[in-house]
Design a protein around this ligand. Structure first.
Ligand code: G3P
Ligand code: CA
Length: 318
């Protein structure tokens, strides 16, 4: 097995370091996302890190959900029909059921369900929505059980919105990490966010590694990367910022982003690798392993994927 860029801030490209395999919302290609069962399966499949996106309950507990609207990923509509409402979140009107309206005890009565119609639905209605605390407990207990360190990779979701409604994420996130002794730069934890202000606040609260997420259209100039390096340790670009794809699914010439980020002192973890044709450019001929290998050859330090087993296989040395 190759070494993995988990301890310390590693700028890879070194021949003997393979990219970190980050289980995006768990092994979410196989189980409902953000459930302990999805994270456990990811670890069994060989993932190096498990990714919970974080939002807050009404009583200030951080739970693993991709967004605070939970109508799509739980059975909340069935159990709390009257709580449906409309909110303005980050400049957008959203109608549904919101975590900030539910106590943890109420969230406990819900069961997770698969978001995407083309993914397995046989596990719908079976699994709980976990707290961040439980996700860390799982990573720690599995690390001990298998003798391999599993990192946690939380993302602050809608952090400005949550702060404005009196449920700030960052202080609570750091408090949970501290409770588990995750306080050092080399601790098995990375925190990510799209919002620079969330990361800048976190920088004043913790020494653990921080990663700035960048979506298509964001400024990824060398000057911006140098700025990011003043408060973060890594860059998390949409994969299209590294390998552009045309509307026919044909791959373009890779950009200089990975190199530029390394020059700025940032490690690079790209998102999100998925095997379905809706997400995988046609040039890879339906073979997700080819995409993993191309990004590895471009020197990325980690990949977020819904299919951690396929990343592990793709990165295996013959
Ligand atoms: O966190 C990396 C990637 O997950 C960002 O996108 O929307 O899946 O959280 P999202
Ligand atoms: Ca995420």
């Amino acid at each position: 097995m190759l070494a993995v860029a988990l301890a310390g801030t590693v700028l890879s490209a070194a021949q003997d370091v393979r990219p970190l395999v980050i289980a995006h919302r768990g092994a979410s290609g196989y189980r409902p996302e953000h459930t302990l069962e999805s994270y456990r399966l990811a670890i069994e499949m060989g993932a190096d890190a498990i990714e919970p996106d974080l939002v807050s309950t009404k009583d200030g507990i951080l739970i693993a959900r991709h967004e605070n609207e939970i109508g799509e990923t739980t059975d909340v509509a069935e159990k709390f029909p009257s709580r449906k409402t409309t909110r303005r979140i980050d400049g957008r009107e959203v109608t549904g059921w919101f975590t900030e309206d539910f106590t943890l005890a109420e969230i406990r009565s819900l069961r997770a369900q698969e978001r995407l119609p083309f993914r397995p639905h046989e596990y719908d209605g079976r699994f709980l929505v976990p707290t961040f605390d439980e996700v860390i407990d799982l990573a720690a207990s599995q690390s001990r059980a298998i003798g391999r360190e599993i990192a946690v990779y939380p993302e602050t979701k809608h952090p400005t919105y949550f702060r404005t409604i009196g449920l700030p994420l960052e202080e609570r996130l750091v408090a949970v990490l501290e409770k588990h002794g995750l306080t050092a730069k080399t601790s098995p934890v990375f925190i990510q966010s799209f919002e620079p202000s969330s990361l800048q606040r976190l920088r004043t609260l913790t020494r653990v590694r921080l990663l700035q997420l960048l979506d298509v259209g964001a400024d990824a100039s060398p000057a911006r990367l140098r700025e990011i390096a003043t408060y973060a340790n890594g860059l998390g670009p949409n994969k299209l910022l590294v390998v552009p794809v045309d509307p026919q699914g044909r791959l373009g010439t890779p950009t200089s982003l990975v190199r530029d980020a390394h020059v700025a002192g940032l490690f690079v973890h790209v998102w999100t690798m998925r095997r379905e044709s809706q997400f995988l450019p046609s040039s890879y001929d339906g073979d997700l392993r080819k995409e993993f290998r191309q990004f590895a050859s471009l020197g990325v330090d980690g990949v977020f994927t819904d299919f951690p087993d396929m990343a592990v296989e793709a990165f295996q040395k013959e």
